[in-house]
Design a protein around this ligand. Structure first.
Ligand SMILES: CC(C)(COP(=O)(O)OP(=O)(O)OC[C@H]1O[C@@H](n2cnc3c(N)ncnc32)[C@H](O)[C@@H]1OP(=O)(O)O)[C@@H](O)C(=O)NCCC(=O)NCCS
Length: 165
């Protein structure tokens, strides 16, 4: 397969990442985020991340084709400092080529090296591919949150998943 470079994003990657949000939000069915983050919002977000958090991008021939974010689960107390959460987004034409798997290898190594002990995610129940992807990484489903997302007037459940590092 084509060479893929995985690296930590800088605020200068905000435009490319915002462009991916636009594509994925327009698809409507994969993420609970229903409006894309603008370049400015994304730039501010990346610039504000702590040393223990990051956005990691997959680059093919100089073009960002996907990214994965690692954030602390919550910021209001340090009782959850060992828990992180992930988001993973790959452009449609690059799906099914192992990009997310390569991103995850990088992000999970980073998470282990930065004191996380477990990761938690919510996935829209209808997003079978993402559920299969997270299961393949070692996430186990823990339960279902009913009518947790409401987009375009339609409710959807979310599956709650966790993984111990
Ligand atoms: C979910 C997503 C991130 C996976 O990225 P990807 O680069 O296509 O995934 P990979 O090619 O690295 O595949 C990794 C694993 O995911 C699973 N997977 C990927 N595509 C799949 C499919 N169509 N059906 C079932 N499982 C699939 C497999 O376990 C696969 O491992 P394998 O190739 O060894 O079988 C990508 O499809 C995506 O961006 N979807 C839209 C956004 C989204 O749903 N994000 C998650 C929000 S919680």
């Amino acid at each position: 397969m084509t060479d893929v470079i995985i690296r930590r994003a800088t605020p200068d990657d905000a435009e490319a990442i915002s462009a991916i949000w636009e594509v994925i939000c327009a698809e409507r069915v994969y993420t609970a985020v229903n409006r894309p983050f603008s370049t400015e919002q994304e730039r501010e977000y990346i610039a504000g991340l702590s040393d223990r958090e990051g956005v990691f991008v997959a680059e093919v021939e100089g073009r960002i084709v996907g990214f994965q974010s690692l954030d602390r689960w919550v910021h209001y107390t340090d009782s959850f400092d060992h828990v992180g959460t992930l988001g993973t987004f790959v452009l449609p034409e690059w799906r099914g080529k192992g990009i997310a798997r390569q991103l995850a290898r990088y992000t999970l190594d980073f998470a282990r090296a930065h004191g996380y002990e477990k990761l938690v995610i919510f996935v829209r129940a209808g997003n079978r591919r993402a559920r299969a992807f997270y299961r393949s990484l070692g996430f186990a489903p823990c339960g279902v949150l009913t009518r947790q997302v409401k987009i375009d007037g339609q409710y959807e459940d979310e599956v709650f998943m966790e993984m111990f590092l």
